[in-house]
Design a protein around this ligand. Structure first.
Ligand code: GRG
Length: 288
């Protein structure tokens, strides 16, 4: 994990504009927001999925970098006063606190477009396949993916959601980008059979949901210092979560259920899926 995280950090540092290039304040803030922190779960998933299809590391760096730029943009915007209004992220002041709100807005905009520029300008495969990859990330990020999930999230404050409603919100807000990371990683290599792709897709969806259930659990069990972001925010903001819906113990057993289900989807891949298996375990049992 550390080797892949290091590789992704180096690639991101290379892809992002130099901090002293004009407009320097914006570029500095982009680098502040995308570098030097984060678990890099989505890049790790892309690299692990690439092992199923023999994908070259140079292509995986590109898709992992693009996904991580989208993720970093979403965190910067999510932290803004008009959304979650948070001042701590990855153990440091959030982008709008360290810089200012207008810069943070532009950082998100610029990281998002930079992600697509990266995907469009690096050789990833046949043109048709490359367009498919760009469309996949666009769909996962937009109103029928992450941004849509965020809209549902904002509209759900103070409202009790049913489990299917909560599931839909998280499948979009968190799950869509995690799914995209897995599928894009696999698409960097040899084509999978339809059956294998369906199994991988099922894994990706279960892993995305698992990530969110654990995030909900950590929000109410871990400290701000461990998380590097403000703990207990969901309850304070009266947000529906798996813990508020199921209670802590049932949320924990649901996480275990999702983990087993995710791992079962990988059985057809044998040993080649060992990294994805490890990552599902990490996502389930992480402490931050
Ligand atoms: C603003 C369009 C837009 C979307 C925001 C991702 C998101 C949608 C909001 C973040 C709020 C949040 C806590 C979501 C729950 C899951 C999540 C994405 C947690 C943060 O991701 P990690 O734990 O972060 O992978 P690191 O810092 O490790 O990269």
């Amino acid at each position: 994990m550390a080797a892949t995280q290091g590789r992704v950090e180096t690639a991101l540092a290379r892809y992002l504009p130099a901090a002293d290039s004009i407009p320097a304040r914006l570029h500095d803030a982009m680098r502040y927001s995308a570098l030097g922190g984060g678990k890099r779960v989505r890049p790790l998933l892309a690299f692990a999925a690439g092992e199923l299809t023999g994908a070259p590391a140079e292509k995986l760096e590109v898709v992992a970098g693009a996904v991580e730029m989208i993720h970093a943009y979403s965190l910067v915007h999510d932290d803004l006063p008009c959304m979650d209004d948070d001042d701590l992220r990855r153990g440091r002041p959030t982008c709008h606190v360290e810089y200012d709100e207008a810069t943070a807005l532009l950082v998100g905009d610029s990281l998002q477009t930079q992600a697509f520029e990266l995907l469009a300008t690096q050789a990833l495969g046949e043109p048709k396949q490359q367009l498919e990859m760009i469309a996949l990330l666009a769909h996962a990020s937009g109103s029928r993916g992450m941004a849509g999930g965020q809209a549902i999230d904002l509209a759900s404050v103070g409202k009790p959601l049913t489990q299917p409603e909560l599931e839909l919100m998280h499948a979009l807000k968190t799950g869509a980008l995690i799914r995209a990371a897995v599928l894009l990683g696999a698409l960097c290599g040899e084509p999978l059979s339809t059956e294998a792709r369906d199994n991988l897709d099922r894994f990706a969806k279960r892993a995305g949901l698992l990530f969110q259930v654990v995030d909900d659990i950590l929000d109410c069990t871990a400290s701000t210092a461990t998380l590097g972001k403000t703990a207990g925010k969901d309850e304070a903001a009266d947000k529906p979560t798996y813990v508020s819906l199921l209670g802590l113990e049932r949320a924990r057993s649901y996480a275990e259920e999702l983990r087993s289900d995710a791992l079962a989807s990988l059985s057809c891949f044998g040993e080649r899926a060992s990294r994805l298996t490890q990552l599902a375990d990490f996502i389930c049992h992480r402490q931050f």
